[in-house]
Design a protein around this ligand. Structure first.
Ligand SMILES: [Zn+2]
Length: 108
């Protein structure tokens, strides 16, 4: 599917970037929970940081899922087709949100 080759490359770069970010977040969580502080006040702060890191990880993971499913749709030649109305998604929209599977009319 040559038509979307450029977008495919973009998605792969983005995927690698998110995977790198996730690895870093996982390491940070391990690091934070691996060395419990004796001070209970600091422990509370560490726990809060963990929550933030886990929330960030959740966002990154859902982005990753969207990107992976977009890449799968490319494999199946379904990329660029709206999952709801089966109409083609505009090139401008794919450019702006390359992992979308909804056309602009079905996005709301
Ligand atoms: Zn649609």
């Amino acid at each position: 599917m040559k038509k979307y080759e450029r977008i495919r490359r973009k998605l792969i770069i983005k995927r690698d970037e998110i995977e790198g970010r996730l690895n870093k977040i996982d390491k940070d969580i391990l690091h934070a929970s691996g060395a419990p502080s004796p001070d209970s006040g600091e422990q509370a702060i560490e726990r809060e940081n963990d929550d933030v890191l886990e929330a960030l990880g959740g966002i990154a993971r859902s982005e990753l899922e969207q990107i992976n499913s977009a890449l799968e749709r490319m494999e199946r030649n379904e990329y660029g087709i709206c999952a709801v109305c089966k109409n083609p998604i505009s090139a401008e929209r794919l450019e702006a949100i390359p992992f979308t599977d909804h056309c602009i009319d079905c996005a709301e």
